[in-house]
Write a protein that binds this ligand. Sequence first.
Ligand SMILES: Nc1ncnc2c1ncn2[C@@H]1O[C@H](COP(=O)(O)OP(=O)(O)OP(=O)(O)O)[C@@H](O)[C@H]1O
Length: 322
Amino acid sequence: MTEPIISATDLSRDFVVHTGRGLRRRRSVTRAVADLAFTIEAGAAVGYIGANGAGKSTTIKMLTGILVPTSGRVRTCGLDPHRHRRELARRIGVVFGQRSQLWWDLPLSESYRALAAIHRLGPQALRARRDTLVERLDLGDFLETPVRQLSLGQRIRGEIAAALLHSPDLLILDEPTIGLDVLSKERLRQFLLEERATSDTTLLLTTHDMDDVQRLTDRIIVVDHGRMAYDGTLAGLVRRVGADRVIVVDLEENAAPLDDVAGTRLLGVEADGLRQRLAFTPGSTTAAAVLAQVSARASVRDLTIEEPDIEDVVRRLYASGA
Ligand SMILES: Nc1ncnc2c1ncn2[C@@H]1O[C@H](COP(=O)(O)OP(=O)(O)OP(=O)(O)O)[C@@H](O)[C@H]1O
């Protein structure tokens, strides 16, 4: 069996915080990550989810060798991340949505040349890989513009190309779509899906965006106060916490409130009954069954399904004390 790309055993990290001065000086210890154990196999796409302060960034910093664990063990690409940071850097790509890894005053083209030297890519290998990424991420128009002049969306695409230039085995994205508009988010997701399909890169992603989770991952790990709260599929989690999906139906003609559709709760009626919103819990009924019942009462012109948002799902999981 091949070794997992990531394996964590009893992984913990404490931070010591000092407050006050002199005699009032106090020392307290925050356990940011507590006894985490998981493995991620090559080729997987995993969402690493949790509320603010749950311990996601701390975990990623340990996986990439930026931080040393207080106790426990972590291996990334078969290496001890802190001891073999340089070697690991050649095997992984990391993007922090809110922090740039590019040279601020240089254009992307020069950053890529510098990164190629760091990763010891020859000129031909650099050109081939760079050209592919420039084309697929549509970087051509601003390749020679200093990074500080780029829009957020342009910069993030530039960062992703930088992280993938050396064709890493593992791509770690920390909130990659944060602050992007809907169109830019979608383009980025499309690119990441294509990248995975063509290169088999393992993906680990932290996000607060349900669409990222749904589109890009096939497994999620949820942490709560540094501890593992869930490891499985998103659908399994939604079923477990009973988060509602919402069906919005647009009807051909005004209809009485649809308050007797089995397995649903009527959330609201708009436009004199032309638009109605019904919530249902996946597992107790299906969208198809709801639609069949609605269609028996009124003719449906259009239908959309709103998924529960990830914050809500995580809140429910925390509240259930899992
Ligand atoms: N350098 C540090 N010194 C002291 N405490 C820290 C440090 N870094 C993180 N923490 C604490 O550790 C806990 C976990 O923080 P972490 O940044 O890993 O959470 P997160 O899940 O990434 O949150 P967010 O979604 O807000 O980025 C928090 O209580 C945080 O305050």
